[in-house]
Design a protein around this ligand. Structure first.
Ligand SMILES: [Zn+2]
Length: 163
């Protein structure tokens, strides 16, 4: 965990041009007190910035996890996988904390069936619909080095699988 030894006060969003935002993340975090502090600060940062989610690469950590903060629910997703997508797609306007004041219409499947490890280390298999599905897909993309600009501009395929 030496790589993640960030003093909390130093947690900030890295610039969108940073290479860490544009390549897949390979490592898994270790769930310990230091990790829990990072998660706590990520929720704080997300709330301050009025975001709905935040992925590790956005704060410069090349690790496979993200958080979702929506509808009064705080979800930590470690080592996430998308098992399948719903056939129905929907266009919604998205924002991203990495790109302040940018909003793009993005087409994505409406629902996802996913599996991830929660903050207690338990593997969870579930389905997400509507906004949580949208946030999950957006944050999952970050772990693959894909931004919403990539989604808006190209035909990045929606492949189920590991981030
Ligand atoms: Zn984002």
């Amino acid at each position: 965990m030496s790589q993640t030894a960030l003093p909390l006060s130093n947690m900030k969003l890295i610039h969108y041009s940073d290479v860490r935002l544009h390549k897949p993340c390979g490592k898994l975090p270790e769930i310990n007190t230091e990790f829990e502090s990072i998660i706590k600060d990520m929720f704080k940062l997300t709330k301050e910035q009025k975001g709905l989610g935040l992925a590790a690469p956005q704060i410069g950590l090349e690790q496979r996890f993200f958080i979702i903060n929506h509808g009064g629910q705080k979800i930590v997703c470690i080592d996430p996988e998308i098992i399948s997508f719903s056939k129905q797609v929907i266009v919604l306007e998205e924002g991203c904390l990495t790109y302040p004041d940018q909003y793009l219409n993005i087409t994505r499947p409406m629902g996802v069936k996913v599996i991830y490890t929660d903050i207690k280390g338990k593997r969870v298999k579930t389905r997400f619909h509507e906004m949580k599905s949208r946030i999950f897909q957006h944050e999952f993309d970050h772990l693959c080095g894909i931004t919403f600009f990539d989604r808006a501009q190209s035909e990045v395929k929606f492949n189920a699988g590991v981030a």
